[in-house]
Design a protein around this ligand. Structure first.
Ligand SMILES: [Fe+2]
Length: 142
């Protein structure tokens, strides 16, 4: 089950590490969907979202390092977008932590849009440099 299905064509940048980490984030959103479907609303939402925030920090740092290695000219702008994304997801976590009721559909819709819009609109721009670069192999396991 799940709400997002990975597809190389739709979401793949062609970089092993970046794609592996994006797959894991999509899996985390799908896991959240599944736990909500089982009725594990509040606790499931808080702990999964906390995990997503933590993993996203690692992912963004890795992705920015890769972009630096690739000599990506839009790195500064991309960094700013990552900051904004982290701020938005942290804000959502704070809402949950403060006891505010966030509907499961609102959270899932937010996360789906939050991640996929960024991948499709920004990360996929890397395709053009990754295709011509040899620096696509991950030095460490994903
Ligand atoms: Fe990114």
């Amino acid at each position: 089950m799940g709400i997002v299905t990975w597809s190389d064509e739709l979401y793949g940048t062609g970089h092993e590490t970046i794609d592996g980490q994006h797959k894991r984030l999509i899996q985390m959103i799908n896991d959240l969907h599944d736990s909500l479907a089982k009725g594990q609303v509040t606790e499931g939402m808080k702990s999964t979202l906390k995990g997503i925030v933590e993993y996203t920090q690692t992912h963004f740092a890795d992705e920015e390092k890769i972009m630096e290695e690739l000599g990506w000219p839009e790195l500064d702008e991309h960094r700013r977008k990552h900051h904004a994304l982290l701020r938005d997801v942290r804000k959502m976590l704070m809402r949950l932590k403060s006891g505010e009721t966030v509907g499961p559909f609102e959270l899932l819709g937010f996360l789906r849009q939050w991640l996929l819009e960024h991948i499709e609109g920004e990360d996929l721009k890397l395709r053009k440099v990754i295709k011509t670069s040899s620096a696509t192999k991950s030095p460490k396991p994903v």
